[in-house]
Design a binder for this molecule. Structure first.
Ligand code: SF4
Length: 310
């Protein structure tokens, strides 16, 4: 058994069973990935529950914080999170009938309205924000925290902020809405066709004009939010409240989303593993991080299967 183990798994490859995994039944791999997926979401839920406790059990506000982080992708997650902390949802709620004020709160708190702004729209935003900032004692965040480098213009933080403001205009208390919707198309529709201000049809930034391809979040961005925020919250809520119904809805949602494309998924695909959906690709990420990288092949269901069938 030791010799078999050494032959199969002791090599310098960061994915030791790369040559054997193709011989394991798909049904068996899928079952193991279900387990690693649940592990991954349980671990990710700790951060949700920590913030939930900080916010005195307010699920809506916790969801809003995570959603904001998610809007920034990896590069601008931090300033988006700081923005959500600077302006809680409750403040937007008081101005829900005034689109300009919501946009002013978003861009002003994000630090983009400090400079001299020549266009009429940002000048109006600036004026609104000066009043709102005093009223709510808002500390605008440092604008230099926003990263634009090596980014496609449609992903510029200014575009993402415009979409974020539009989402707040479209639907307040989003988590309550997410909980009510079980249909995936309706859920997706919540984050699509956002009422983004027309200014963002001709600008990627306040500083200069441009021809904009689209001011709406693309399908991959919406999928990313459904995966990293919506599914995570349904899962965390279901686990935390002992409501299996929401855990099952999270899993169903993951099964209906396309698999993520990344170097890890590519590696497993090249080795012959079929990754059908986001449920499997998330399971793969956990498998790689917690088992393959740690060389825990003897604690991995796939590793044990390979040893037994060799
Ligand atoms: S941990 Fe499992 S999947 Fe990863 S290399 Fe080892 S046997 Fe293969």
């Amino acid at each position: 058994m030791i010799q078999k183990y050494e032959k199969l798994f002791i090599n310098l490859n960061d994915f030791p069973c790369i040559a054997q995994i193709q011989h394991v039944d798909k049904i068996f791999i899928d079952a193991w990935l279900s387990r690693t997926l649940i592990e991954r979401f349980e671990q990710k839920s700790y951060a949700v529950i920590e913030t939930l406790n900080e916010l005195n059990g307010n699920w809506d506000e916790t969801f809003y914080r995570f959603l904001a982080r998610n809007f920034g992708f990896k590069v601008n997650a931090l300033p988006f999170e700081l923005l959500a902390k600077a302006v809680p949802q409750q403040i937007y709620g008081k101005h829900k009938d005034n689109v300009l004020q919501i946009e002013a709160l978003v861009f002003g708190s994000a630090g983009f309205l400090k400079d001299e702004l020549k266009d009429e729209y940002p000048a109006k935003l600036k004026k609104e924000f000066q009043f709102l900032q005093q009223k709510y004692n808002i500390q605008a965040i440092d604008v230099s925290l926003w990263k634009f480098l090596r980014m496609r213009p449609q992903n510029f933080p200014t575009m993402r902020l415009a979409q974020f403001a539009a989402l707040i205009v479209k639907a307040n208390h989003l988590f309550s809405k997410v909980m009510e919707i079980s249909n995936i198309s309706e859920l997706r529709a919540l984050f699509e066709n956002l009422p983004v201000n027309d200014y963002w049809k001709k600008h990627y930034h306040f500083r200069k004009d441009a021809v904009v391809v689209s001011n709406q979040p693309g399908k991959p961005s919406v999928d990313n939010i459904l995966l990293n925020t919506v599914a995570l919250f349904l899962f965390a809520y279901g686990k935390n409240t002992g409501t299996q119904f929401y855990v099952s809805r999270a899993i169903k949602l993951l099964e209906s989303l396309p698999p993520e494309e990344n170097a890890i998924a590519d590696k497993f695909t090249s080795a012959g593993v079929k990754i059908d959906n986001a449920f499997a690709s998330q399971g793969i990420l956990q498998l790689k991080k917690q088992y393959c990288d740690a060389k825990k092949c003897l604690s991995c269901g796939i590793g044990i299967k390979i040893l037994r069938q060799t």
